[in-house]
Design a protein around this ligand. Structure first.
Ligand code: SAM
Ligand code: SF4
Length: 330
């Protein structure tokens, strides 16, 4: 049973847990200068025992799915240990990750063996040069090889996220390249509309484009909108019988985006965030220190639910606490 309910009738069976702010890429919209080490900061990300308690508490409250994200979640040395703990010590049915795919070719087998239930890989372009320009890394080939390896190992749930960027990866040719890719591969490709954050206003102004251009492309090319399923996330999915994979659109500025919200977020330092954007968030880390605190923590989380707002108010330019998405996990 899910006890996490807000004032607008939404329930929350899903959390996104950021396990590190550190990232090894330099995506222009997120960390254009790479992760900056702050000498005064001890980089104290949630440790294994805290993550274990967190997962136990949320599973008691009805959470069945956890997404590990970051920063880049796979940079943590104990990354596979974290998956093991979620799997063995809490009643979490689905463990999934969002990754930039760094060294995916080297990690594919281990990821499959870990029992992971799904992987979202961020690839903004299938053009090697464009990919390098956006991320600061010439790693497209190893990532594509990693995706092939995952498929060869019969790993099923692979999704690709691409941030839609005006005059960079948003042309008919770009869409067609992805079309060719999902014709051959049972992989879903979703374009995410670029979001404004506290740090990226100029970038946003230069590159933001409405996802309508992709929607129109899909309509022109006989892609059929698939209605929402029970476990639907915010992606609008499109199918075409000639293709193995689906296309999707994640449009955070669209009118009804927040209506289907089914997730809460935890930052790598143990703040509960009720929304990716907005100012509502409190630290719950002090209640992650001992097993005996579990009931108290459950209570605190339940009380927070009434503060979840109906919408992110992003369309009003409100970005709340979010400087960039590496701190809250995208
Ligand atoms: N490092 C991992 C990755 O890139 O997949 C996980 C964290 S990243 C913050 C999660 C997702 O957020 C990625 O798909 C990324 O492209 C997306 N993202 C980051 N900043 C964004 C922004 N300003 N607007 C839209 N999507 C963004
Ligand atoms: Fe790193 Fe992901 Fe942000 Fe890119 S989007 S800089 S890979 S955290």
């Amino acid at each position: 049973m899910n006890n996490l309910k807000d004032n607008f009738g939404r329930t929350f069976p899903y959390i996104r847990l950021s396990i590190s702010d550190v990232c090894n890429f330099k995506c222009g919209y997120c960390l254009p200068n790479g992760y900056q080490v702050d000498k005064n900061d001890q980089r104290k990300f949630l440790h294994l025992d805290e993550i274990r308690r967190l997962a136990i508490v949320f599973s008691k409250l009805g959470v069945r799915k956890i997404r590990l994200t970051g920063g880049e979640p796979t940079v943590r040395k104990d990354f596979f240990e974290i998956i093991k703990i979620l799997r063995n010590e809490a009643d979490i049915k689905k463990i999934v990750i969002t990754t930039n795919g760094y060294h995916l070719d080297k990690k594919a087998k281990k990821l499959v063996d870990s029992g992971l239930n799904g992987i979202n890989i961020s690839i903004d372009s299938l053009d090697r040069k464009v990919f390098k320009n956006i991320t600061g890394h010439d790693r497209l080939i190893e990532i594509l090889k990693g995706i092939q390896d995952l498929q060869d190992l019969n790993f099923e749930n692979i999704k690709i996220n691409a941030v839609l960027l005006k005059n960079v990866n948003a042309s008919e040719k770009d869409f067609e390249e992805w079309g060719d890719f999902i014709k051959k591969n049972k992989v879903d490709v979703r374009y995410i509309e670029l979001m404004q954050t506290g740090d990226n206003l100029n970038y946003f102004k230069k590159y933001h484009v409405s996802s309508k251009i992709f929607k129109d492309y899909l309509s022109r090319n006989n892609w059929i909108f698939q209605t929402f399923g029970k476990d639907a996330g915010p992606s609008l999915n499109y199918i075409n019988s000639k293709y193995k994979g689906k296309f999707g659109i994640i449009a955070p500025y669209s009118k009804d985006f927040c209506k289907t919200c089914n997730r809460l977020r935890i930052t790598s330092r143990g703040d509960l965030r009720l929304c990716l954007f907005g100012n509502t968030g409190i630290s719950i880390r002090h209640l992650l220190q001992k097993d005996e605190q579990i009931v108290e923590l459950q209570d605190l989380i339940l009380k927070q639910m009434k503060f979840k707002k109906e919408s992110h108010y992003l369309e009003l330019g409100e970005t709340g606490l979010t400087k960039n998405l590496s701190t809250t996990g995208g």
